[in-house]
Ligand binder design. Structure first.
Ligand code: SAH
Length: 249
């Protein structure tokens, strides 16, 4: 190797490489890159979460797994739980509510079989994490939250993490989002005693809804509803524990 070789140690190639590295370091400073990309230290934890919590338990829908690899879950937890963001558990998000365990979010996502181009409604924005997962798969995500303070926090989390296309509203999700219906899928993230009829009506033929059904202080059953024209097939998936679906006084 002679010194005119651009790849030779000490040759011009090295200087360019240094310049490139310096430039990359500069770009990584806060303000130059979207925050989500500047916080790369979390990527290995996300990979590990996908492998040990999702794939190991049978989640296999590739768009769902890919969404979990990409969404920075640490943007959707309270500051004091930052170190636990990727743990195998739900976490409190204030107002008596929780961000669900990653596996449950993944299972609910996989079961509705989301695809690009789908129009999806979520009831219970909470932290915004489930909405962000859906937004990795399709551009048309709508989400409703009844606790105003959470609606604001969830929307700000979504914005900071770069999910600008999610349309969020504050209000009672019992009535769905009539003007945007029909939906290819509906995800309800709070447990209802029975399935709200307006949500069934807003499900498109062929559409799927996932909803925990049962009373607040007993075991609830994660239930999958599949609409075929005007008939609804339901399938009980597994016992779960969700916060209650509340109604205004
Ligand atoms: N999907 C959320 C989970 C939040 S827990 C996440 O990824 O973090 C469920 C949420 O449902 C709570 O924030 C609760 O306030 C909300 N909720 C309960 N009843 C509701 C209703 N009738 N309409 C809209 N949201 C409701």
């Amino acid at each position: 190797m002679n010194s005119a070789d651009p790849q030779a140690p000490g040759g011009p190639g090295r200087a360019w490489r240094h310049m490139f590295l310096a430039l990359t370091a500069l770009l990584a400073l806060p303000g130059f890159l979207p925050e989500a990309e500047a916080t790369e230290p979390h990527r290995p934890r996300r990979e590990e979460m996908v492998t040990t919590q999702l794939i190991a338990r049978g989640i296999s829908h590739e768009p769902t797994l890919e969404a979990f690899r990409r969404v920075p879950r640490h943007y959707f937890v309270r500051q004091e739980h930052l170190q636990r963001a990727y743990d195998d558990r739900p976490l409190p998000i204030g107002h008596g509510q929780t961000i669900s365990q990653p596996y449950i979010v993944a299972l609910m996502t996989e079961l509705i079989e989301p695809r690009r181009g789908h129009r999806i409604l979520e009831i219970g924005t909470g932290s915004g994490y489930q909405a962000a997962i859906l937004a990795e798969i399709t551009d048309q995500v709508y989400t409703i939250e009844i606790v105003e303070a959470l609606a604001e926090w969830g929307q700000s989390n979504l914005r900071k993490a770069g999910y600008h296309r999610v349309q969020a509203a504050s209000g009672d999700g019992y009535y769905g989002w009539e003007e945007k219906a029909p939906f290819d899928a509906i995800v309800v993230t709070a447990a209802a005693a029975s399935i709200p009829p307006p949500l069934l009506a807003q499900l498109a033929p062929g559409g799927r809804m996932i909803i925990p059904v049962g009373s607040p202080f007993r075991t609830q059953v994660l239930t999958l509803v599949h609409r075929r024209d005007d008939t609804f097939q339901t399938e009980q998936i597994l016992p779960v524990r969700f916060v209650p679906f509340v109604r205004p006084e």
